[in-house]
Design a protein around this ligand. Structure first.
Ligand SMILES: Cc1ncc(COP(=O)(O)O)c(C=O)c1O
Length: 445
């Protein structure tokens, strides 16, 4: 691409609004032309290691012919048919069957969406639906965590616990409540005498439930490893405690595994690390490794049974044009086959600890305050002072830009740089992430 071509393309690009857009921040965009494995190739000839697997989703890596062929074959046969009004299609049926009990035992029913926001929105509506069916229509609120990211529909925007997503879209709908997340590096809640962070954060949930009134709370939602909020890996005691608080007060537990699902953390689904099971599971992203738009929720058998016994006037009046999209589900099926054949959870566990060890070696830089991760999702927290842990987003941005110049793509999340590479990555490429980030940090110094 010549400079002139590039400039004309940038002019044309101004006709589209990009996600989370400000015109000032959308200058000199990277034009990605092609991808192969973990590598992205730009129109002006740069080769970049995609340390983020797109947006935490391209788990099988770029350029997979099998996935392209699955889409092509299904599109030729039947790209789409309505899944409404008593119709169905084969790929969505096969995928629902394949997913039954796959993530967690007892979650055997899937409702398909086109992405993570739709999945979480569907989870909230399903929780409300469930409590109405149970004769408790007053249970409608959702408790979420500060720093959480759950999407951008109106409901998921306000379930999200990041102020900047709210600022221009208020007033907030009623019924979304936020409590501190169990951040081991900087816990924002109050630690009482002798409490672990996990215990304190679980207590905050119980206190919020009691404050709001358990008879008004439908669900608690959490990402097992918080992504956009800065890659927060919870302490081991947190989720078992959360599960018992939810049970004690009859609150549904929604696991938002939009990032952590399908092998990312070293287990197929992340709550497995702590032997905990949700009532509703939200998934998206890696179900197709980003090759098609697909997400969904899985429901416990208990929720499914409450639907079975509903009167016709109480039907689940919820569904998207693309619920159970034939082509997307065919890609999902093929992608699952690839992920199983290539043993992604095991790879994520092994290569994740290699990546974490490598990134931890960068803690020798004065501005690297904390490095954490689980499987192949890691965060590098940048601070201006290690003792006071003062966040330094400006420095994080400098390192991010320098890394880009060294051919490494990460994602700046405030003062944290996130890494979540394709699970198809190999040892050499993992080492390359560490090497390039180290070189970027050197150049910033
Ligand atoms: C944890 C989590 N939930 C939900 C979403 C929203 O998904 P989508 O952008 O597909 O709507 C995201 C997106 O990054 C996410 O990280």
């Amino acid at each position: 691409m010549t400079k002139k071509d590039y400039e004309s393309w940038v002019e044309k690009d101004k006709k589209q609004l990009h996600p989370t857009y400000h015109p000032k921040s959308h200058v000199d965009p990277l034009v990605i032309e092609r991808g192969e494995g973990v590598w992205l190739y730009t129109a002006d000839g740069q080769k970049i290691l995609d340390g983020m697997a797109g947006l935490w989703n391209v788990n099988a890596g770029y350029g997979r012919e099998e996935l392209a062929k699955a889409a092509y074959d299904q599109m030729k046969e039947l790209a789409f048919t309505s899944n409404f009004s008593g119709m169905t299609n084969l790929p969505s049926t096969l995928l629902a069957d394949r997913l039954a009990g796959f993530a967690y035992e007892g979650l055997n029913t899937t409702f398909f969406t086109s992405g993570g926001s739709e999945s979480n929105d569907s989870a909230f509506k399903t929780a409300r639906y469930y409590w109405k069916r149970k004769g408790k229509p007053g249970k409608y609120k959702v408790i979420a965590r500060k720093g959480a990211y759950h999407g951008v529909t109106l409901a998921t925007t306000f379930a999200t616990g990041l102020e900047k997503y709210h600022t221009m879209f208020g007033p907030a709908p009623e019924g979304f409540v936020h409590i501190p997340a169990p951040n081991p590096y900087r816990y924002e809640g109050q630690l009482k005498n002798g409490e672990t962070i996990g215990q304190a954060a679980a207590r905050e949930l119980e206190e919020a439930i009691l404050r709001e009134g358990a008879d008004t709370v439908a669900a608690f939602i959490a990402e097992p490893v918080m992504g956009v909020g800065g890659v927060i890996v919870p302490p081991d005691d947190y989720f078992p405690l959360i599960r018992s608080v939810c049970d004690k007060h009859e609150i549904l537990f929604i696991a938002d595994e939009v990032i952590t699902g399908f092998g990312r953390t070293g287990e197929w689904f992340a709550l497995k690390h702590w032997n905990v099971k949700p009532d509703i599971l939200a998934f998206a992203k890696a179900i197709t490794s980003g090759y098609a738009q697909l997400g969904g929720i899985q429901l416990s058998d208990e929720i499914r049974e409450t639907m079975e016994s509903a009167a016709e006037s109480e039907a689940y009046m919820h569904g998207f044009t693309y619920s159970g999209h034939a082509m997307a589900c065919a890609v999902g099926l093929k992608n699952l086959e690839i992920m199983e054949a290539e043993g992604y959870p095991k790879r994520a566990k092994e290569l994740g600890s290699r990546l974490l060890d490598g990134l931890k070696s960068l803690e020798e830089f004065s501005f690297v305050g904390n490095v954490r991760g689980l499987g192949l999702v890691c965060g590098v927290e940048i601070v201006s002072d290690k003792d006071s842990k003062t966040a330094d987003p400006a420095m994080a941005m400098k390192v991010f830009k320098a890394a880009q110049q060294h051919g490494l793509r990460s994602r700046p999340l405030g003062n944290v740089l996130a890494f979540s590479p394709p699970l198809s990555i190999n040892e050499e490429e993992v080492d390359e992430i560490v090497k390039r980030l180290g070189a970027a940090m050197d150049s910033v110094v």
